[in-house]
Design a protein around this ligand. Sequence first.
Ligand code: GAP
Length: 441
Amino acid sequence: MPTSSESATNPGLFEAVVNLCKRRGFVFPSAEIYGGIRSTYDYGPLGALMLRNVREAWWRAMIQERDDVVPIDAAILTNPKVWEASGHLATFTDPLVDCRNCKERWRADQIEDVCPNCGSKDLTEARPFNLMFKTYVGPVEGDSSVAYLRPETAQGMFVNFLNVLTTMRRRPPFGIAQIGRAFRNEITPGNFVFRTREFELMELEFFVPPADSPRWHQYWCDERLAWYTRYGIAGEKLRLRPHEKEELSHYSAGTTDVEFLFPWGWGELEGIANRTDFDLRAHQDSSGTSLEYFDQATGESYLPHVVEPAAGATRAMMAFLLAAYDEDEVGGERRAVLRLHPRLAPYQVAVLPLSKKDTLAALSRQVLHRLQRYFMCEFDETQSIGRRYRRQDEIGTPYCVTIDFESLDDRQVTVRDRDSTEQIRLPIDDLVGDLVGRFDT
Ligand code: GAP
């Protein structure tokens, strides 16, 4: 497991991507004008666009392209009994140690009995620290108004299992998927957006007949690994790693992580867990509502088992950025380029009139408006065309469309490819069709 104290194996790449994120408006330290708040980030215009694309890529693969998964969007604040039943109140903890010398706090499993801050060995005994953020619902702060910010979206799927089963007329195997914010009071957040206290989860709870869960677990491991390569991460930077027994979460009978080779070493992108019937059984016992599925074919009722691929959207975005960052030479000039998958790039197309002169303005705007119906576009008419290409390369825009003076006569424009820098000339009327074809993966 990576930790913020592990030494980086490729600090140059990490620095380059973090700098680019700040400089080009992907990720800002949160509330920077107030000095920020530790390990908390705001997503700027390009980050918001890219994060949305990561979510959409997940949604496409996990919901749109399947007929056995439906989405929900559950509340972040819910009845605290949910967290009691799920085991999070009792066991969603990390082992916390204090350094008696410098007063820093650490996760005991991430340090080697020495304070990484001051080197002292005078550490307290490890004690469990619950990671859930506590708050109060309503004007009175008391035991009866306690609520928690959800540390995972999964429980929203479990407590709605019956609602979805009946309203959508589903039978196992089927899944419920959800994307949303999750909150964990991490003891040692760090490594940029790798580990933060507020982050975004993309989770699927896939309900299956109990005997089928090992097969579905393997299926989802393969599917999820393939999703990262589909969206541009090279196979040698990814691996599946089964958890050791002592690493397993309180609900899991077996978990395999999809790991990415981060600049500091292998780190988790996503966990694929066999949660058995742990959660449905816990909610059934605690609520007194039967959550069994009656199988008309066999005449038997059973509690489905659950296979859960749980991915971090913000962490995935960081991995996609690290995997895409490259530097090369074009026309004797160094360039930084983000070789992002076209569907993940903040802008899919940049529309660039060759000159700022009024003569090109009307046609350029026409082309822009036509493309904006299909793609997220940027319009840029300042600086030399070469510099504008570099700016787009650096933020990963896969295609630049240039309108020049000839375009006024022949109604053709130039399309430039980010990776090869090749340019082709196309009739404006063919532009949308040509570009849509390039995204069709
Ligand atoms: N429902 C299961 C679950 O939440 P998890 O392994 O604790 O499983 C799933 O989290 C994924 O969420 C991780 O693989 C990681 O990508 C992301 N994640 C977890 N904690 C995170 C944090 N503090 N900051 C950013 N991403 C995080």
